[in-house]
Structure formats: C-alpha cells, structure tokens
Design a protein around this ligand. Structure first.
Ligand code: SF4
Ligand code: SF4
Length: 333
C-alpha cells in the first residue's frame, strides 16, 4: 500500500494547495476542475452514446440525450455524509484531511456554467480521432441540452444553487439535481427548481443509515426525513434514489415502504452500487449486487408501496418504479 505524507487543508480550498496526491488522483480519474470547488467529469455514457450508440438508462427512462449531457458538481470535495459507496474523495483518503461541511462558495454561477461548457468541449475534442465516432451525435454534443448536478459532493452546500440551475435553464438545458436530503432548509429555499429532483435514500432506518451513509452531524436522519416530507411541495418530477449495497441495505422493505409513502415521489430508482472511484477504498467488489438482486428488491418494494416497476436497464443494474403510467420525457422539449 502506498503511503502519503499527512496534510491538513485549512482556510484554502484543496485546489489552492500544491499538487496533493488527492488532486493528482482526481486528475488521473479525468476530473476537469473548475474554479475552486466545482468539476466536470466525462460520464461513461456520453462516450458510449457517441462511440457505441449505447445511451444511458436516463435516456431510456426520461428521454434526455446522453451525448448532450454534462455531468458536474459545484461541491466537489464537500458533503454532509461519508457514504461507504461514494466515488468521492473523502477527508482522510490518501492522508489528506479537510472540513467537508464547508464549501467555500467562492465561484459565481456564471463562472461555473462557463467552466462546464469549456470542460465539456475539451472532453468532446478527444473523440475527433476516434473512427467509431458518430459524427451527427458529435455535432449535437457541441450544444449540450442536459446537466446532471450529481457527480460527487452535496450540491446544496453551494449557496447560489438555485441561480446555477436557473442559468443552465436560461441556456436551454434541462437539469437533474441529486441531493442527499440532509439540508432541507436549503432545499426549501431553492430559488429555482431543477427539471427533476432526486433525493438519495439508501437506508430503511437510522441504524443502517449511520452505518452506510456515515452522516457528519447528529440530526442528519431527522433532516433527511424532513426532506422526504418536503418532496411533495416541488412542482417538478421527483425521484427517490436507492443505491443498493449487498449485505448492507437490501432488507427491511416494509421500512423503506413507509419512507416512500411519506415522500410520495413520482419515481423510485433502485440501483446497484458500482465499485468505482474512491469507493474502492471502502467496499469490496463483491458488494455490488447483480441486476436480478436489484430487481427482486424492486419487485418487493412495488408490492409494498403500490408503485409499478415500469422499466429497467440491466447494463446499469437499475430498476425504475413509478406512480405514473409513463415517465415524463424531459428531453422532448
Ligand atoms: S444523465 Fe447521468 S448517466 Fe446519463 S449521460 Fe448524464 S450523467 Fe451520464
Ligand atoms: S451523499 Fe453522495 S457525495 Fe455525499 S458521501 Fe454520499 S454518495 Fe458521496
């Protein structure tokens, strides 16, 4: 195992510190750093769509166009949880520590939006030399239509999040916002709603939650429950996202069902943990459930909640449950 000199990040953001092993690792993992606390990373499905004509499951479910999607975060290093299954670099990884609850909020939404477009162009330029590139898609991809504000970190720690969403919408992009739900006050004060709002719910009760999501403040479970209560007040479609980790959080369906009832989301997505990024430091490869195991969980949840299983994508080990007959197609505007 490699050993790294211990460093503690104080007032400065990680980006301002010189060549820490953490930054080197992020760059190696192809994160495009923007300003002090944001990043874009090429989604595997952007590549798959342009080069192999295989779009992501969200194109299949909701009609967004994978080849025109930017995957970004305004809160790269900051989060209120330290989930075992997270791709994110967490304080303590590679012997670097910092205050994860304090996003410096230095960069303006317009700077971040501009940085995202630049980073996406750079990512796409890599496909010019690929003989399998679909040139129609390549051309379309130069004009992104969708942003997944989800990459890593908790986006509601970025204070002007509503303005960031608004600026993407003004540029005619749709937005998926993924939050862990621990900051309901910030979520309820969002100045602009995303096109679709995701809340992660990866435990049926507080005991499992503390073990797998490792919240960084004591009332996090209560706060997450407040967010579930809040969900119905959003006008946009909402989704409860469950990341399934084998032998950790795939039981106690009755308890999950009660939480779903409280939130009454438009959709539930049950998805297998993927053994990638920094999660490799925390969980073994064998913690990834197979698609049939996720499907079994989803079928049991459907039985308890009255939601219907309406779609699935075995290649991503994800199952979609819905309370409406057909998902709203966001990419068709
Ligand atoms: S919606 Fe998500 S999975 Fe699909 S292309 Fe965008 S970032 Fe990737
Ligand atoms: S909430 Fe998301 S970003 Fe935060 S630790 Fe969990 S998976 Fe990672």
């Amino acid at each position: 195992m490699l050993s790294y000199p211990k460093r503690k990040i104080g007032e400065n953001s990680l980006e301002e510190t010189v060549a820490s092993p953490l930054l080197a690792s992020l760059k190696k993992q192809k994160y495009h750093l923007i300003g002090k606390h944001s990043a874009v990373k090429r989604c595997k499905w952007l590549y798959e769509s342009i080069v192999n004509d295989r779009p992501c499951y969200k194109q299949k479910f909701y009609g967004i166009q994978s080849h025109r999607c930017i995957q970004m975060t305004p809160s790269l290093y900051y989060c209120t949880q330290q989930c075992l299954f997270c791709w994110r670099a967490q304080s303590g990884d590679m012997q670097v520590t910092w205050d994860e609850m304090r996003n410096p909020n230095r960069d303006k939404p317009e700077e971040i939006v501009e940085g995202c477009f630049k980073a996406q162009k750079k990512i796409l330029s890599g496909y010019k030399g690929n003989e399998k590139t679909n040139w129609r898609k390549f051309e379309e991809a130069q004009r992104p239509k969708q942003v997944a504000i989800s990459l890593t970190g908790e986006p509601t720690l970025y204070e002007p999040l509503g303005d960031l969403i608004s600026q993407f919408h003004q540029k005619d992009l749709t937005t998926f916002l993924v939050t862990n739900g621990t900051l309901p006050d910030k979520l309820s004060r969002l100045s602009h709603e995303p096109s679709q709002l995701y809340v992660s719910l990866c435990a049926p009760n507080e005991k499992v939650y503390k073990k797998i999501c490792r919240p960084q403040f004591p009332s996090a479970w209560a706060k997450l429950n407040e967010t579930l209560d809040l969900l119905e007040s959003f006008r946009c479609p909402t989704a409860v996202r469950m990341t399934m980790v084998k032998d950790h959080n795939m039981k106690l369906i009755d308890q999950y069902a009660k939480l779903v009832e409280k939130a009454n989301p438009t959709y539930i997505e049950a998805k297998a943990y993927m053994h990638i990024g920094f999660s490799n430091l925390r969980l073994g490869f064998d913690r990834m459930p197979m698609h049939h195991e996720v499907k079994k969980f989803a079928d049991q949840l459907a039985e308890k909640t009255g939601y219907r299983v309406i779609n699935e994508a075995p290649e991503s080990r994800v199952v979609l449950l819905s309370r409406i007959a057909k998902p709203i197609q966001l990419g068709k505007n």
